[in-house]
Every structure is written in C-alpha cells, then in structure tokens.
Write a protein that binds this ligand. Structure first.
Ligand SMILES: Nc1ncnc2c1ncn2[C@@H]1O[C@H](COP(=O)(O)OP(=O)(O)OP(=O)(O)O)[C@@H](O)[C@H]1O
Length: 547
C-alpha cells in the first residue's frame, strides 16, 4: 500500500471547510453567498469571452491594432506637448476605439451571446477551409478548363454536439463519392465521429460529432403511464435527446467488455418495460448462469428465471412452444404480434450468453443453440424476442446466432476486430473500441435502419432496481406455466393465477413440474399423477332372512 500523502488529504478537507463556511451555510447567509458566487462566475466567464474574442481579432490584425495605438498615442503626445487646454484624452481614445472597433464588436458579441458567436464564427471558418479540405479528401474533379471543381458546401448548421455540413455533388460525382470521402473529412475537421444522411438526390448531410463523451445519468422511476414496447426509454443520445429502444419485433444483442456497463443496458430495458410487465403486456423471462447474480436483484419483474443450463434449455423450449402456438393462431390473421394483457410480448433476457453457448456441457450447448436459433428466426413477429448480453463477440461465445440479432448495442470493446465482428461494415461509423473505459454505459446502438447512434444508457443502481421490481412486480399469472395450446389459454392462465396466490415453496415446485419442460435434458421430470378415481361406496351385504 502506498503511504498516505498528508497534503492530498488536507486539500479536500480545506475545500469542504470553505464550502461549509460560505455557500453551504444555512439560511439567508448561505443564499447570499450562492448568489455572489453565481454572479462572479457569470461576470468572469463573460469577461474571459470578451478578452478572447477581441484579443483574437487583434492577433489576427496586428497592423490595425498597432496603427490605432500609435495614432492614439501620437494624438495624446501632440496635445500634451502643445499644452492643449481642456480634455486631452477623449479624442485619442475615440481614435483607438475606431481602429479597434471590429475586435471590440466581436468581444461584445461573444460576451452577450456566446453560443451564437461560436456557431457563426465556426461555420465561417469551415466554409473558408472547405475548398482545400474537400479537394484533399478526394472531392475535387477537373473541369473542362482544367480547374479543380469541388463539391459545393451548401450550409453549415449546428446541432447539440454536432456540426452538420450540407454538401452537394459536383458534375461527375455520385453520392457514393461523398460517402467515401466522409471519414477523411471527419478526420480533417478533428471530429469524434460522423454520420451521413441523404437529403435528396445529390445532396448529403455530413454530421461531424464534436463530442465523444456523454454525461452519465442515473435512471429515475419509470413513468407508470408509459406502457410501451415500441419506444422504451433507455438513455440519452449525443445531442442530449432521450433515446428509446424498440423491443417488440426485434432481437437485441448487447456486447461489451467486462465493466463496459452491460448491466445498465439490461436494466434500462427491463426497468423501462416495468410498467408494461406490471400491466401484463410483457412477460419477462430470465437466464443468468452466473448464479442469478444480476437477475435476482430485480427478480419480481421476471415471470420465470433459469440459473442452470438445464433450466435455461427448458425456458428456451417453452418459448419455442409459445411461438409455435402463436404461429398457428396468427397464421393468415396478422404478421406482427400485438401484445396485450393475457397475450403478452415474451421477452427473454439472457445475461452472459457465453455461459450457455460456450461453457456448458456439449449436449446442452448444442440443444441451446438449436432452440435459440429457432426462436431468433421465428419468434420476432410472433411476439417472442430475445435480449442477450455477452462479453466476447467471437463465434465460440455466440455459436451461429450472432447474425440473427436484428438490433445491436456495442458498448466498449477490446479491439477493432471485435467491433467489426459485431457491427460488420458499420465499424468505421461506430468505433466501439474507442469508447473510454471511464464512459461505462456508452454504446453504439444499431437498429434495423442500420444507422449507428451513440447513446449513454442510464445507470441503474441496485436500490432503484429493487424498488422498481417491487413496485412493478409481474402479475401472478405470469409466473404460471404457459399453456400448450391457445384454445384453453384463458382458463389455464386464470387457474394458474388463482393457484399461485396461495402457493408456498413446495407448491411452486409442484407447479413447475407441470410446465411443458418434460423433454429437458438430464434427469426426466416426474410424470404428473393422474387424478385419483372416486372410490365406489362399500356395499354392505345383508342376508335376507326368510320369513
Ligand atoms: N450508465 C452508466 N453510467 C455510469 N456508470 C456506469 C454505468 N453503467 C455502469 N456503470 C459503472 O460501471 C460499473 C460496471 O458496470 P456493469 O457491472 O454493468 O458492467 P458489465 O459490463 O456488466 O461488467 P461484467 O461483464 O464484468 O459483469 C458499475 O458498477 C458502475 O459503477
């Protein structure tokens, strides 16, 4: 252990003493201190902006600045030597202000409207350097007269955390030419990333991100009225806008190195779905072969959980059965399942998929891969979706299922080859391996449209997970067995719900025996006992006594 450094310990102590004696004081004195600090901050910040903007202009135009100073000084010197009666300062000062007025104007502008000033000056700088940058990034073509013609920059706009360049192709170029030049342009302008959006034929918006870091945020209690599976709030995007995840109709793969924040993504989904779970619109299933450490924190949200490989296979088999039954019921009627109470969206959450697909017994692994692949190919439209978390995106950890996920969340990854494994051709647009280890919960989200979005998922502390899980616990009927056929569904759900209200631990075991998991590998479950036949009443033989 390193020796403790006394001055390091003293610094925070001195700081907290100062805070306690000033802004931390109770009552009006504390309030006065806080107002004073705020005013000082604002004044100092504005003074700095003024100095920087006007000083910057003077550095760029030294001749004008020196001329102004020299004229003012000369005028004042002449008046002084001539012993001019009256005011000798106003005239020279006016001359100085007149010479420096463009710089002073910029300073006042920066101090009064700093954001507008930065945006306008930045846009002008980009426009000035565009021709040269575009030509060196491959956007120049030779005109008939031999001169180089570059793609036209139509406008420079600003969004939160991004600069948007609207670029128009020049004759001889296609949109593909602009797409190919985008990485070089982003690098030339020192952007942290980029995105391209086609506006109309021949016109493209090139979005250059000016920030790589998104502020962390702790999740709050979910909105009880937000019963949705199509836009589950999970975090914030780069521009600070709320980010919502589509759960219905999509299988989601969450990949991230150890400590990258997979838990945040998992609980953002499970916690965001909590009101829908409580309303019976979503039924949550959990597989956590790390002894249930993750899922057990929010256990009441889950209908069924599996903490062993054999149970996990049973859960997969049950869900496959559900999707088979739904397929029969939906055929010719609907192409996408519409969840509702009594006929919910089944969401299977798997924490650390590799534990099941790579580190289990060979037989279990094969069966799990077979079942999961079937669910991933068939379940999407039938209201059975999978959310899998995994550390290692390699083939051995995911089996053949990697490309069956329709939505991917790439948290921090260890190398560019891992990013490529997860996101394929989108890797240059979503360099997940460059996410800082201190930015846990930051990830590139790639939905079905294939456009990566940088998102910081909300952080879910354990206490919040427990509170939400208790508040929005799954309805009793969701911990009941899934009926095998849709015909007697309603009565089976109701019956199971009634039974579960009164169950104790033994009864739950008995109930589990009746779930459709008979074909699970390992020891065969007991056959349910046939109901006992009512016994015939014992006959009493009376001897007839003949008269
Ligand atoms: N969204 C977030 N914002 C801020 N900090 C976070 C966020 N998510 C996670 N963290 C921090 O990172 C730590 C690790 O997160 P988490 O356990 O979710 O990572 P993980 O990817 O699941 O790791 P492992 O695979 O080892 O279980 C947490 O204890 C927390 O301190």
């Amino acid at each position: 252990m390193s020796p403790r450094r006394p001055f390091r310990d003293a610094r925070p102590r001195a700081r907290s003493q100062i805070v306690a004696a000033t802004t931390g004081r109770p009552g009006k004195a504390g309030m006065a201190w806080r107002v004073l600090v705020w005013v000082l901050r604002v004044v100092l910040a504005r003074a700095w902006l003024f100095t920087r903007a006007s000083g910057g202009w003077m550095v760029k135009h030294p001749a004008v600045a020196v001329l102004g100073l020299a004229l003012a000084w000369l005028w004042w010197g002449i008046l002084t030597v001539a012993e001019w009666p009256g005011d000798r300062k106003t005239g020279p000062l006016l001359v100085l202000v007149a010479c420096l007025c463009p710089g002073l104007f910029l300073g006042v502008w920066a101090a009064l409207a700093p954001r507008h000033y930065v945006r306008v000056t930045h846009a002008r700088a980009v426009a000035r350097s565009w021709a040269q940058t575009a030509a060196s990034c491959g956007l120049g073509t030779r005109g008939p007269d031999g001169a180089t013609v570059v793609s036209r920059l139509r406008r420079v706009a600003h969004e939160n955390g991004a600069v948007v360049l609207r670029v128009e192709t020049s004759p001889g170029q296609t949109l593909d030419t602009l797409h190919r030049a985008a990485p070089a342009i982003a690098t030339a302008y020192r952007a942290h990333g980029y995105e391209t959006r086609t506006v109309k034929p021949g016109v493209l918006d090139l979005v250059l991100f000016t920030t790589a870091r998104l502020a962390p945020r702790t999740a709050g209690l979910p909105n009880p009225d937000l019963i949705t599976t199509d836009a589950v709030p999970v975090g914030r995007t780069r521009g600070g806008a709320p980010c919502a995840l589509v759960v219905r109709g999509r299988h989601t793969l969450i990949v991230g190195a150890s400590g990258a924040g997979k838990g945040s993504v998992l609980w953002s989904v499970a916690g965001g779905l909590a009101p829908a779970i409580h309303a019976g619109v979503v039924r949550l299933w959990g597989v956590d072969l790390k002894k249930g450490l993750e899922i057990e924190t929010g256990r009441p949200l889950f209908g069924h959980v599996a903490y062993t490989a054999a149970d996990a296979v049973s859960v997969l088999r049950t869900l496959l059965q559900v999707s088979d039954d739904r397929g029969d019921a939906m055929r010719g009627r609907s192409r996408l399942h519409q969840p509702r109470p009594g006929d919910p969206l089944h969401v299977l959450v798997i924490d650390e998929l590799a534990d099941l697909m790579a580190y289990s017994e060979l037989e279990v692994r094969r069966e799990a891969e077979r079942l999961l692949s079937k669910i991933l190919t068939q379940g999407r439209a039938l209201g059975v979706v999978v959310v899998s978390c995994v550390q290692n995106p390699r083939q051995e950890a995911l089996g053949g299922t990697r490309n069956l996920y329709t939505q991917k969340v790439a948290l921090r990854l260890d190398s560019d080859s891992e990013t490529e494994m997860v996101l394929g051709g989108l890797a240059p647009l979503a360099p997940a391996h460059t996410i800082s280890p201190t930015d846990q919960g930051t990830a590139y989200l790639v939905g079905e449209d294939g456009a990566p979005v940088l998102v910081r998922f909300d952080y879910w502390p354990d206490d919040l997970i427990r509170t939400v899980a208790l508040h929005y616990a799954a309805p009793a009927e969701h911990t009941a067995p899934v009926p095998r056929s849709g015909i007697d569904a309603a009565s089976a759900w109701a019956k199971a719900g009634r039974r579960l209200h009164a169950v104790d631990a033994d009864e739950t075991d008995a109930l589990e025996d009746t779930t459709p998991t008979e074909a699970a590998p390992g020891p065969r479950p007991r056959k349910p006992r046939a109901p006992r036949k009512p016994r015939a009443p014992r006959q009493t033989v009376t001897e007839e006594v003949s008269p």
